[in-house]
Design a binder for this molecule. Sequence first.
Ligand SMILES: [Fe+2]
Ligand SMILES: [Fe+2]
Length: 352
Amino acid sequence: MSVTISFGTIWDAIFKMEALLTTQMDMIYDHFEILDGMQQIVGENLSLLAPIERAWQPADYLPNLNADDWCQQIQNFRTAAQGLSDEALVVLVGDMVTEEALPSYSVSLNLIARDYDGTNSKPWAKWMRGWSAEENRHGDLLNAYLRLTGRVDMRSVETTIHHLIANGFNPRAYPDPYNGLVYTSFQERATRISHANVAKLVAVQGDPNLAKICLRIAGDEARHEAFYTLMAGKIMDVDPAGGILAFREMMRGLIAMPGRLMYDGKDADLFDHFAVVAQRLGVYTVHDYAAIIQHLVKTWDIASRSVSGAAAKAQEYLCKQADRYLAHADKIADFQRSLPPVTFSWIQGRAV
Ligand SMILES: [Fe+2]
Ligand SMILES: [Fe+2]
């Protein structure tokens, strides 16, 4: 059977596609305009970054190598870390590697700040640089902790960081800056939960130094979460349809995890294996994932926004999304508990 397509039909399709692209580009241009119109409120909330002169630094939580008793301080630090389980070490390394890939996040989130000269003085740009500077301490501190305690294979960990940064990161936000704000609101809360849960776990395993470190980092993530959630909330007020559609877009499939492309040169499924350990330990679970969606739906008042058409459909979808995950959460947890142990190069090839 032959199918004949006339030139008229082809041109019609091309015109329709062009019209659609133009509409989308106009919409994204509007989103940038709205973000630009928020410079003042961003400026008013730069206080959610800690003033540098009063900010904590990694050295505050590590042995003082300038002190006369530096050797004893290191010894005490190492002794406290001896009780950490292999599972806790794997989760800690996964979290640390994820923090160390900060260059990738700074690149992708410049979509929001559009700081093309690198020293732009507008509030969005100031926030993004200040945020990067705070995040930079997270990887530095966890890296130093792991190096000094001698509990993991640092070369393997470093190779993983090298691969992860070289592989990059795609939060699926481009080209819409609204997506970037939804993404960061979600992800800062996720990292806060994860670091806080590691703090509880390692405190029980007898390392108060690491518990303090993880809590301190979780405190930073809480401030970052507050900022991004507030800004995305403003978008929902100013442009509810656009905000809801962006939220729906980011919830299509699983939200991209920042360490997704980690690789140690050996395990092609390293991130999945790390994520299973985190779920089994209760550090970051499907329940947490669902609870974050529920929290954002409630905080941004998604259910009572007055929208129509595609945005109304997205609104309905979002309001049911947490329950969809919760319906499967126990089954997923059971399945992950049943998986056989996997070896990790980070802990000298031992299996967890
Ligand atoms: Fe962080
Ligand atoms: Fe953060």
